[in-house]
Design a binder for this molecule. Structure first.
Ligand code: KG4
Ligand code: ZN
Length: 356
């Protein structure tokens, strides 16, 4: 049995996990900074990095002790070295280097986007079948990939502007919902009608690319139209969230807008992924990344896909270190080792084959 310690600090979660053979989670510890960043309405990079410094060792110790393992039991330390926030990545990479060096363990560098994909290997279900089409949708990335085997990717398309999660977060802010916008929009949308607003979908025909900025602007226009037209505009609250409005009426427009926005995003993501699965003869469709926690996306993808759909449980869709340990295991088995000069690469991309 091969045990890997995974470390993840690319964004605003400090996480460490121990995973056996790339699949069985022995421990999975996450110190979330979401409450700290909520007051800024988004991630404050300097604060994130300082918080990682405070949390990284206690979180790692907890992961080791929850897994009931000692350092000698480990085969390697795997760490996310990109993409992400430079100051955040630095903390994890340096902690991992120090721990691996100190304990005489090999170090494996992990790409955060690939780690999200490998969350689908965690657990007891039979491993996903290749070739597969994978939709990676998170706060920083929206990529559609064809995966032919472990580590073999061909990029079919991706966002031309905002990542899907970024669109959820920005629209959440426009609607006066709490950060992060994704879960808040999903909640608000429960009370809404998805056809209430006819919001645009950027189909970008003939490509597997996405674009969410037009949709985001369309939501902003609806909100602006609902602003009070009185002369004390500067001090008035938007009518959508006004405390003068009775609670039910106050909630309805926001719920309808949230539901209409969510439906527009999901429509495009599902349509393009299913078409890619058909065109490339995929055996499986994988969902990955924070937005893959979205219930409507999961349900619609499963309903419309021509092949079986796999997605990690919601808590393994968002940032965690179990996925890093899993990805680290498969990279370790392929013989990959990082040097002690491993550095952070904030704009790291997934190495892909050239298109045919
Ligand atoms: O993968 P992740 O934790 O971090 C990045 O690598 O970016 O993804 C975070 C993103 C945020 O934009 C958040 O709003 C979105 O995932 N998200 C969701 C849901 N849960 C998290 N978006 C839609 N529906 C959800 N239920
Ligand atoms: Zn992520």
């Amino acid at each position: 049995m091969t045990l890997i310690l995974g470390i993840e600090t690319s964004c605003d979660e400090t996480a460490a996990a121990v995973v056996a053979d790339g699949r069985a989670i022995r421990s999975n510890v996450i110190a979330s900074q979401v409450d700290i960043h909520r007051r800024y309405g988004g991630i404050f990079p300097e604060v994130a990095s300082r918080q990682h410094v405070l949390s990284i060792l206690p979180v790692t110790e907890e992961a080791m002790s929850n897994a009931n393992v000692v350092w000698d039991d480990l085969a390697a330390v795997a760490v996310t070295y990109g993409p992400g926030l430079a100051g955040s990545l630095l903390v994890g990479v340096n902690a991992a280097k120090g721990l691996a060096w100190g304990r005489g363990l090999p170090l494996v560098g992990v790409n955060h986007i690939e780690a999200h994909i490998y969350a689908n290997w965690l657990g007891d279900a039979p491993p996903p079948e290749f070739p597969l089409v994978c939709l990676v949708v998170s706060g920083g990335h929206s990529e559609l990939m064809l995966m032919k085997g472990h580590g073999q990717y061909r990029r079919l398309g991706g966002t031309l502007d905002d990542a899907a999660g970024e669109a959820f977060d920005k629209v959440g802010r426009v609607l006066g919902l709490s950060y992060p916008g994704g879960p808040a929009i999903q909640e608000a949308a429960r009370a809404g009608v998805p056809t209430a607003y006819n919001l645009p979908r950027a189909w970008l025909p003939g490509t597997y690319d996405f674009s969410f900025s037009g949709l985001k602007t369309a939501v902003l226009r609806v909100v602006q139209k609902n602003q009070p037209k009185t002369d004390d505009r500067a001090t008035a609250k938007p009518r959508l969230v006004s405390s003068q409005t009775p609670p039910v009426l106050r909630m309805l427009p926001v719920a309808n807008l949230a539901a209409s926005f969510q439906a527009a995003v999901v429509d495009v993501l599902v349509d393009k992924t299913c078409r890619a699965a058909e065109e490339y003869g995929a055996q499986t469709v994988l969902l990955a990344g924070g937005v893959a926690a979205n219930e409507l996306l999961r349900a619609e993808m499963s309903r419309q896909s021509p092949v079986p759909v796999r997605c990690p449980p919601p808590e393994l869709c968002t940032d965690n270190a179990a996925m890093v340990a899993s990805n680290g295991f498969f990279r370790f088995e392929m013989g990959e080792r990082a040097g002690w000069d491993l550095d952070v690469v904030p704009s790291l991309r997934l190495t892909t084959e050239a298109p045919d």
